[in-house]
Design a protein around this ligand. Structure first.
Ligand code: LMR
Length: 396
């Protein structure tokens, strides 16, 4: 059996995380995996979550199973957060999922049952794990151009032209906000163009919403989903609580679907429960239970929103400071785009060799495509970092 297995392919982000941990230098810098870090480099448990966990510890009196679809109160709170209070909830349903990735996988499995012949379209570039995750659900993947590295913005013409080639019923994977890995988001009017095309060609949107609250704000970052929900008959959304509630290792997310009407929503939701049961039976409870407390308790909700807003503003400040340092050190405006981009990531135009030199000579860890985690930028060491980056740029 095992002798017939191929060598495993390393995941670029996880391999970098392991290499960083193994590096014994004390002045090393991790700009790799997408986890939020505070000014001392810690990924703290949010105060609102700590408090909710205390409540859970004091009041939870059973660990009996919940259900494949998870807690209906958690799901209702997530639907409101993503689709907004005013959405037509009669045709929207959600399942508690194993993080955003778990949501992507069970939604992909569900859509496969509905349209076995549909292909999927992902942005080029996209989160590297989209490819194995969605391929494992049996899809043929196509890419649409997304990023214009010269301007640091979205290549909207390329994207639209490419999606014209999709066939009716194909599934388009869209990053709802804070595009991973580029940080380049569609503007309001660009979203309109994409939605026009999706509608005209009868494509089906699968929205990956992993960073709600990290871009323009909690409500603002959901506008793409809400716009689509107003215009389109059907869609699915994979939402993650890893980043905006800091629950990475707890694996909390929601797989959401909006159907044409209530009866279809109910049927699809039932089938989604079956997909989950066949995959891992039921989602973990602890993180979702704490999230439910945070989202539904007025005081804790306010605490959490303030904490999240502080994180968002800190990342905006870091973007500005880093792009200014790069402007000074490179004597050019070519890195100004970093201040304009959204969320946790931006990309630096560095070759594999330059990235290796940064790692070997300076202990700076950046993903192989040049993606940096903005939250990892050193508040007090921007000039030093900019110097190191410019030194490898000059060498080339
Ligand atoms: C990332 O993009 O770094 C995060 O989403 C973590 C991961 O699982 O890759």
């Amino acid at each position: 059996m095992f002798e017939a297995l191929p060598e495993p392919k390393a995941d670029a982000i996880l391999a970098l995380m392991a290499a960083f941990r193994a590096d014994t230098r004390t002045d090393k810098l991790d700009l790799g995996v997408g986890i939020y870090k505070d000014s001392v480099g810690k990924t703290p448990v949010m105060k609102a979550i700590k408090s909710a966990e205390e409540t859970l510890l004091a009041t939870q009196d059973t660990k009996a199973y919940v259900s494949p679809l998870g807690s209906s109160d958690f799901c209702a709170a997530m639907i409101s957060q993503v689709f907004g209070e005013k959405a037509d909830k009669t045709r929207i349903r959600a399942a508690q999922s194993v993080g955003g990735s778990g949501a992507l996988r069970v939604l992909a499995d569900l859509l496969k049952k509905g349209r076995p012949d549909a292909d999927m379209w992902v942005s080029d570039p996209t989160w590297p794990n989209h490819v194995p995750l969605l391929s494992a659900a049996g899809y043929t993947l196509h890419t649409y151009p997304y990023y214009d590295a010269a301007t640091g913005s979205v290549n909207i013409e390329g994207m639209l032209n490419s999606l014209e080639k999709a066939k009716a019923g194909d599934i388009v994977v869209l990053h709802g906000c804070c595009h991973n890995p580029t940080g380049a988001d569609l503007s309001d009017s660009q979203w309109d163009k994409v939605i026009d095309l999706v509608e005209r060609k009868a494509l089906f949107p699968l929205v990956d919403l992993a960073y709600q609250g990290f871009g323009d704000g909690l409500e603002e970052d959901a506008q793409s989903v809400r716009k689509m929900a107003q215009r389109l008959p059907e869609m699915v959304v994979a939402a993650s609580c890893s980043k905006n509630l800091g629950l990475y290792r707890e694996r909390v997310g929601a797989a959401m679907l909006m159907a044409k009407d209530e009866a279809e929503a109910t049927r699809a939701h039932g089938l989604l429960g079956g997909v989950i049961r066949a995959n891992y039976s039921m989602p973990p409870d602890h993180g979702a239970n704490a999230t439910q407390i945070v989202l539904t308790d007025t005081a804790l909700n306010a605490t959490w929103r303030t904490e999240l807003e502080d994180m968002r503003l800190r990342m905006i400040g870091l973007r500005q400071a880093f792009s200014e340092a790069m402007r000074k050190r490179s004597n050019s405006d070519r890195f100004d785009y970093i201040a304009q981009q959204k969320g946790m990531f931006s990309r630096l135009p560095l070759t594999t060799e330059q990235l290796q030199t940064l790692r070997d000579d300076f202990g700076i860890y950046i993903v192989g495509d040049g993606r940096i985690n903005v939250a990892g930028l050193p508040e007090a060491g921007m000039d030093k970092l900019a110097d190191a980056i410019c030194s490898v740029l000059v060498e080339s």
